[in-house]
Ligand binder design. Structure first.
Ligand code: PSV
Ligand code: MN
Length: 388
C-alpha cells in the first residue's frame, strides 16, 4: 500500500503549476545577463520548452506571458501553438519597469500623461488576454522612492488607487487583476506596494475580481509567509502565488531550494485554508535560472512543489487538531514534523509510473535529446527579457 492514499493521489493529480515564459529566456543578475545555448528565439519556442516540462511531469499545464517581451502579431496562432503542445496560455504580466518615462513611477507618477501611458499599457494587456483566453492580469510595480522626503507617500497611494480603478474597469467576464507586492527594489527607501496589507487594501477597494499575488521571494528575512497565506485565504483574497526561493534578496531561485521546510509550511496552510486545487488560487513559478539549464530547472521546481504538497497532505489533521485542543505542544509539533520528515519520493515515482509518466522526470528529460536538439538548432537565440 502506497503512503499516498487515493485521496492524496487525486489531490496531486489535479495540481497544476503555471510556468513563467521568462524562465526560458536569458537572465542573470544586475551584473551580467548570460547567454545560454538553446535559448528560445521567440515566444513560440518558449512555449515549446514549457510544454517539455509538462510532458515529463503532467504538472505544468499553462504558461504565463510577459508583455512586451512576449508580444506577437497573432495571438490566436500562439494560442493554437500552445494548445497543440498540450498547454494553455495563462497569466499576462504587465511591464512598467523598462521605460525611461517610468523613472519616477508609472501608475503613481505625478504627470497624468505618464500615468495614462501606464494605464494604456495595461489596457493593451487586457486586449491580449481577450485574444489568448487568459484569466489573470498580474501587476507588479517597480515604483517607490530612494530617499526620505523625495516623494509624497500618500499622494502616490491615492494616484495608484485611481489608476488601478481605470484598469479594473476594463476587465470583463471571468477576468481578474492580481496585484503583487514586494518590500523593496528597485526602489530602496519606500515601495508603493510593499506588503500584503497594502495590496489587500488596494484590491479590496477595486472589487471581487481583484486579488493579491504572493511572491514567496518578496518578504523580509524571517517573515512568517504561511501566516500571510492563512490570512489571505481567510479573507478570500489570495489570487495567486509566484513561487521561488530566496537566500538574501529577490533571488528568484528554484522553489524549495533555499528552505524546503518553509515551502512545506506554506503548502500546509494552503491545504488547510482550502486553497489547493481551488481555481481562485493560481500556482505559478516566478524564477530566473541564471546559471542552470532552464528546462530542467523548471522540472526540478514543479517536482519540488509536488513533493512538498504530498508531504503537507500527509499531515494527520485529526491527530494535529486533537493535540492542539489538548494544548499538547510537543505532540502537535511532532505530528507536523512527522509529515515533513517523510520521504515521499519513492511513492511519487511509483505513482507517476502508474499514470504512464516517467518515474524520474529529470532523467527522462535528459534522455529525451530535446536539450541537445535546441542547443544545435537555436544558435544565437536572444529573446527580449531581463536586461534586454
Ligand atoms: C520582479 O521582482 C519580478 O520578479 C516580479 O516578481 C514579477 O512577478 C516578475 O518580476 C515579472 O514581472
Ligand atoms: Mn513575482
Amino acid at each position: 500500500m502506497s503512503i499516498l492514499t487515493p485521496d492524496i493521489q487525486s489531490s496531486l493529480e489535479a495540481q497544476g503549476i503555471e510556468l513563467p515564459s521568462w524562465a526560458f529566456g536569458n537572465s542573470g543578475t544586475r551584473f551580467k545577463v548570460y547567454g545560454t545555448p538553446g535559448t528560445p528565439r521567440d515566444p513560440f519556442e518558449k512555449i515549446a520548452d514549457a510544454a517539455e516540462v509538462n510532458r515529463v511531469t503532467a504538472l505544468a499545464p499553462s504558461v504565463a506571458l510577459h508583455i512586451p517581451w512576449d508580444k506577437v502579431d497573432d495571438y490566436a496562432a500562439l494560442r493554437a501553438h500552445a494548445e497543440d503542445l498540450g498547454v494553455s496560455l495563462g497569466t499576462i504580466n504587465s511591464n512598467t519597469f523598462q521605460d525611461d518615462d517610468y523613472k519616477f513611477g508609472a501608475l503613481t507618477h505625478l504627470d497624468p500623461k505618464v500615468r495614462q501611458k501606464a494605464i494604456d499599457h495595461h489596457l493593451e494587456c487586457i486586449d491580449i488576454m481577450d485574444a489568448t483566453g487568459s484569466r489573470d492580469l498580474k501587476i507588479w510595480l517597480a515604483e517607490g522612492s530612494n530617499y526620505p522626503g523625495q516623494a509624497d507617500l500618500r499622494g502616490r497611494q491615492d494616484r495608484l488607487a485611481e489608476s488601478l480603478q481605470k484598469i479594473y474597469a476594463r476587465l470583463s467576464g471571468e477576468q481578474r487583476l492580481v496585484l503583487e507586492y514586494k518590500f523593496f527594489e528597485p526602489a530602496f527607501y519606500h515601495t508603493d506596494v510593499p506588503d500584503w496589507g497594502t495590496s489587500y487594501v488596494q484590491v479590496a477597494a477595486l472589487g471581487e475580481r481583484a486579488m493579491v499575488c504572493l511572491d514567496t521571494g518578496h518578504h523580509a528575512p524571517g517573515t512568517n509567509i504561511e501566516f500571510i497565506v492563512m490570512q489571505l485565504l481567510r479573507l478570500g483574497k489570495l489570487g495567486s502565488f509566484d513561487f521561488n526561493s530566496r537566500f538574501y534578496a529577490d533571488d528568484d531561485l528554484i522553489v524549495g531550494a533555499a528552505d524546503p521546510f518553509q515551502l512545506f509550511r506554506i503548502l500546509f496552510e494552503v491545504i488547510r485554508g482550502g486553497g489547493l486545487n481551488n481555481p481562485d488560487v493560481a500556482f505559478m513559478l516566478d524564477q530566473c535560472h541564471n546559471i542552470e539549464k532552464k528546462i530542467p530547472g523548471q522540472i526540478r521546481s514543479v517536482l519540488n512543489v509536488q513533493e512538498m504538497t504530498a508531504r503537507a497532505l500527509l499531515v494527520d489533521r485529526a491527530a494535529l487538531a486533537a493535540a492542539q485542543e489538548a494544548e499538547d505542544v510537543l505532540a502537535a509539533h511532532a505530528v507536523f514534523m512527522d509529515a515533513f520528515s517523510t520521504d515521499v519520493r519513492p511513492a511519487l515515482a511509483e505513482w507517476r509510473e502508474s499514470r504512464g509518466l516517467p518515474a524520474d522526470p529529470m532523467a527522462a528529460y535528459a534522455a529525451s535529446g530535446y536539450q541537445e536538439k535546441i542547443e544545435a538548432d537555436r544558435v544565437g537565440g536572444v529573446q527580449a527579457g531581463w536586461g534586454a
